[in-house]
Design a protein. Structure first.
Length: 395
């Protein structure tokens, strides 16, 4: 992959830097309940501040209607949290391109910061509207994008504005792209990819792309049942996508042709209802009862998967092995998480979304090499798609 322009190439001294951050954080009663994303932006902000820049931060949060201010989606608590983390005042503008933003931006001195209100209060943000992008561009001398999580969207703040100002990748963006592309282009081998989650249809492109580069592909979660169907097994009332059985069969064939070791469950935990207190049994995949659904991989499978993970030098994981939100069906996901954590020699890369939640649930986050902050963006990058927010930063 071509190189990105990064803030290492930028002398921000005396400049007003418009920074796209990802402050799409959960907020309850006016307090940020998980500040991971705000913390993740600090290395970039601190570097720019050290150089004597003033900073104009912009982000979206949630999915407002785009018809103006909605209290439920305000970014004000994120600005307050940022001030606490930086230990210095952070001002907040109650709009994005309006009077308040212009006044607060004009008042910035070197080392000062303002956070703008939620970009998506204006529906032109998601439309990548040229006029909106031009208005945003007026707020800075240069543009830095550190919001990897929205890099797969061509919005005014991720794509449009980057065409209008000198544009650079922040440290988080740089690390995300470098880690994921390095994994695809030059993995240490063996390279094991673990894919789970609910639907084959969502993951088929990732499976297809990883098959071209990985040595072992481990499949769990609801989507394994469509693969089991493709092998001619019956899966009871488990989650299945009949329309995708043929594609799953093609993937089995592709694995064979490419010499990729494709691992599917040999046993599963089945339940008579989608509930934590359902009646459960562990059965072989050849004996799934007609009236039961598989909600987790079984212990034999967990052991098989853990052995494959123990042998790998590069591990990529996206998607839980079962319904890990319910304690009755978390064992498979936990076993995989523990196996990844235990392999300290490997580069372990967690590809966003629910696998990050699982790793946090089992308190293993600090034992992983890299945890991606962007679920959708990391999947699109892995499946070989060009991310509009990254493309505009290419040197
Ligand atoms: P995804 O968003 O596609 O990554 O899927 C994550 C979701 O898949 C989680 O909420 C899990 O509870 C769910 N899931 C995992 N395994 C199963 C399964 N065997 N049956 C139904 N849902 C599952």
């Amino acid at each position: 992959m071509a190189e990105m322009r990064t803030i290492e190439d930028l002398d921000a001294q005396g400049k007003r830097v418009l920074v796209r951050v990802d402050y799409n954080v959960p907020i309850k009663d006016g307090e940020v309940t998980d500040d991971t994303r705000i913390r993740a932006s600090l290395p970039t902000l601190e570097r720019l501040l050290e150089q004597g820049a003033s900073l104009v931060l912009m982000s979206h949060r949630g999915r407002p209607s785009g018809e103006g201010f909605e209290e439920a989606f305000t970014l004000r608590p994120a600005a307050l949290r940022l001030a606490e983390l930086l230990g210095k005042p952070v001002s907040f503008a109650t709009d994005t391109i309006g009077e308040d933003a212009h006044a607060k931006v004009a008042a910035l001195g070197a080392g000062d910061i303002v956070v703008l209100e939620n970009l998506r209060f204006d529906k032109r943000e998601k439309k990548n509207d040229a006029e909106f992008a031009a208005e945003l561009a007026k707020l800075g001398d240069v543009y830095v994008n550190d919001a990897f999580g929205t890099a797969h969207r061509a919005h005014a703040s991720t794509a449009g504005v980057a065409e209008l100002l000198p544009a650079y990748a922040g440290k988080l963006m740089e690390r995300e792209v470098a880690t994921l592309s390095g994994m695809l282009e030059n993995p240490r081998r063996p390279f094991a990819a673990i894919l789970g989650g609910s639907k084959v249809s969502d993951k088929i492109k990732v499976i297809d792309a990883l098959m071209d580069t990985c040595d072992t592909l481990i499949i769990g979660g609801g989507m394994c049942f469509t693969f089991l169907l493709a092998q001619g097994k019956s899966v009871g009332t488990s989650l299945k996508e009949e329309d995708w059985v043929e594609r799953a069969a093609e993937m089995l064939k592709k694995a064979d042709e490419k010499g990729v070791q494709l691992l599917l469950p040999v046993d599963v935990v089945v339940a008579d209802a989608f509930a934590n207190d359902a009646n459960t049994q562990t059965v072989s995949v050849d004996e799934i009862p007609d009236d039961m659904m598989g909600l987790d991989i079984g212990p034999e499978t967990a052991k098989l998967y853990a052995d494959a993970i123990a042998n790998a030098q590069t591990i990529f994981w996206n998607g839980p092995m079962g319904v890990f939100e319910m304690p009755a069906f978390e064992a498979g996901t936990k076993a995989v998480a523990l196996a990844v954590a235990a392999n300290a020699d490997a580069d372990s890369i967690i590809g966003g979304g629910d696998s990050v939640a699982a790793v946090n649930q089992f308190d293993l986050a600090d034992q992983m090499t890299f945890i991606s902050t962007g679920g959708g963006a990391s999947m699109e990058l892995v499946q070989g798609e060009k991310l509009p927010g990254v493309e505009v930063l290419m040197a």
